[in-house]
Ligand binder design. Structure first.
Ligand SMILES: Cc1cc2nc3c(=O)[nH]c(=O)nc-3n(C[C@H](O)[C@H](O)[C@H](O)COP(=O)(O)O)c2cc1C
Length: 194
């Protein structure tokens, strides 16, 4: 059965930065009294319980991760309220708006969202570290240390709150406050800075 207040937050990640963004979103939605499940995109089963889906992915070579793309294309998503985000840019912006646009906003995702009447995906800064893989290490070394993590937690929190406000307007769920339980999937490893 569809629970009007139940929200799925799903993410595609390779190195964990996007998972941390998804956790921050799940936490903000929970603080606003929404009933939240947090899942890797590849581990989402039936969408029946959810009226609302927040789906995000890391961007690699101008594309979303395969599991997130697969979830985006599930026909049931078209019957739900959907919010999308990408996690990508690190370092300085390129100074070439067109190049930056195609680098940070995967064309397939943008076109798919447009075609299916979904909101345009939001772009959050990403994170690279020297912890894995030749290309990732090289990218991290070319990026000034202070710009290797461009995730803006306030921006992410504000976006999540705006989702909650929209849903509360639509469903009459009470506004934030009180001690909501942690979302499913968040109980074990809360790794997001508070
Ligand atoms: C090999 C490589 C390719 C990347 N390609 C893009 C890209 O095309 N567009 C973008 O915005 N960010 C790109 N990034 C940055 C990642 O999207 C960013 O580090 C992201 O936060 C990683 O998320 P994850 O840790 O969840 O995998 C790339 C990073 C690496 C290492």
């Amino acid at each position: 059965m569809v629970n009007e207040s139940r929200v799925l937050v799903a993410y595609g990640t390779k190195h964990g930065a996007t998972e941390e963004i998804a956790r921050a979103i799940a936490r903000a939605l929970t603080a606003a009294h929404l009933d939240v499940d947090l899942r890797p995109a590849g581990r989402v089963g039936s969408l029946d319980p959810y009226r609302t889906v927040v789906l995000g992915s890391a961007v690699y070579a101008g594309r979303w991760r395969r599991d997130a793309m697969h979830l985006l294309r599930r026909p049931e998503l078209g019957e739900r309220e959907v919010w999308l985000f990408s996690s990508g840019p690190v370092g300085e912006d390129s100074g070439d708006p067109q190049g930056q646009e195609s680098f940070t906003k995967p064309r397939r995702v943008k076109e798919f969202a447009e075609r299916h009447g979904m909101r345009e995906p939001v772009v959050f800064g990403g994170m690279v570290d020297e912890d894995a893989g030749f290309i990732r290490k090289r990218m991290a070394r070319k990026t000034p240390p202070e710009l290797r993590d461009r995730r803006d937690w306030q921006q992410i929190d504000a976006w999540a709150r705006s989702i909650a406000a929209t849903l509360q307007g639509a469903t009459g769920i009470p506004a934030a406050g009180g001690n909501a339980p942690l979302p499913v999937g968040l109980e074990t490893t809360p790794r997001v800075p508070s």
